[in-house]
Design a protein around this ligand. Structure first.
Ligand code: PLP
Length: 234
């Protein structure tokens, strides 16, 4: 193992290098993967530090914490991704303030986001969250239910369906990681075959971004490897 970089800037560089290497290994252009820096539990100062090092896309899970951070960094040209569970009574700030929502998993949420997206903004970019690990407790729609929801979301006027997202159960087994990411890739291909225009596979985190990129990830959501271990209970 190389030494663990100690500054945020060095950790961010190390993550970018992992992405570059993972792309090279499967002959994908490095520009085909967008790094979303997951800043949950870290302060706005950490977002600023990453932004100063060239990071533009940030992901947040917890709405109130996210809104505070958006306010505190409103002077920066950042792209914000909502990646946490979406409660139906909390869709409005997501529709109003975010550029992306990765975790749409039911029709009601999608309809509310579309109705609440301000006319002055471009349509909200959305991914449908898919449960690729099959646990009863996980969020996300079952693979079999993705096509029906995708057609509904694609037809909503103020949303732009970009693709699919998954958070597989953690496992060290790279073959298992790849199979789950492959499931998402195949689902996206099936939707495209049915005529939907999609360009996004949001999959891969600190521990498994290589497997995700090997299976076609276009967005990796990385927290710990950039910002360090999260300490609070959030
Ligand atoms: C926290 C989180 C991440 C980042 O996870 P790390 O293991 O810290 O890289 C990515 N995606 C989602 C949905 C998360 O909640």
């Amino acid at each position: 193992m190389a030494t663990i970089p100690t500054t945020l800037q060095a950790r961010l560089s190390a993550v970018r290098e992992r992405i570059t290497d993972a792309c090279a290994a499967v002959r994908r252009p490095v520009e085909s993967v967008c790094l979303v820096a997951v800043s949950k539990t870290f302060p706005a100062a950490s977002v600023r530090e990453a932004a100063a090092a060239g990071q533009r896309d940030f992901g947040e899970n917890y709405l109130q914490e996210a809104l505070d951070k958006l306010d505190q960094t409103a002077d920066l040209p950042l792209i914000w991704h909502f990646i946490g569970p979406i409660q139906s009574n909390k869709t409005r700030p997501i529709a109003e303030r975010f550029d992306w929502a990765h975790t749409v998993d039911r029709e009601k949420i999608a309809r509310r986001l579309s109705e609440q997206r301000p006319e002055a903004r471009a349509p909200l970019n959305v991914c449908i969250e898919v449960n690729v690990s099959g646990e009863a407790t996980k969020s996300g729609v079952a693979p079999a239910d993705v096509p029906a929801l995708a057609r509904i979301v694609a037809a909503l006027p103020r949303l732009k369906l970009r693709g699919l997202m998954a958070i597989p159960e953690p496992t060290e087994d790279m073959d298992v990681q790849r199979r789950r990411f492959a499931t998402l890739r195949e689902l996206k291909a099936a939707l495209e075959h049915d005529g939907l225009a999609l360009d996004t596979l949001s999959m891969g985190m600190s521990a498994d971004l290589e497997a995700a990129i090997a299976e076609g990830a276009t967005m990796v959501r990385v927290g710990t490897a950039i910002f360090g271990e999260r300490h609070n209970a959030n």
